[in-house]
Design a protein around this ligand. Sequence first.
Ligand SMILES: [Fe+2]
Ligand SMILES: [Fe+2]
Length: 172
Amino acid sequence: MPVMTWDAALMLDQSVMDQTHEEFAELLNRLADASDSEVAAVLDEFIAHTQVHFAQEEQWMEQMAFPPLHCHQGEHQGVLEIAQEVQRRVAAGEVRLVKVLAQATAEWFANHAVTMDAMLATYMKQIDFQPGRDAQPKAGAVPLEFGCGGSAHAAGGCNAHQPEAATSEQNQ
Ligand SMILES: [Fe+2]
Ligand SMILES: [Fe+2]
């Protein structure tokens, strides 16, 4: 069963990011539907794609000297660490954990895309930063008036949730 529906609500009007996010959602659904024999390979593919996805956003943030870089990066890092922990446990035979990871990551992403990533896309637009064209820092072009996740971020600050349930559920 799909864990994520790709629709207009998740689109950020930033073509590179939207394309990457659509692929991310497809991979999450493949992860959720993978048979036991496929799980390890799909998880490897998902992690490799996610590393590129997150590194891409982090590179843009560095190039723009984006003020909430560390907070956004910290959330990426937490998600990747959980996925890699699941990868280790899948290799040890706990294949069922992947379904939990897919569900929890889909819930995390639905929030992350419309807060942190949306704010990044807005900032790119505000300062007219275009990936591939602009390699130089554009520090301080527009002072940000809101925090890490944007003014609409329910949790605010750097404490946005991560899919922690993925590994903890199996420990009970
Ligand atoms: Fe993203
Ligand atoms: Fe992000």
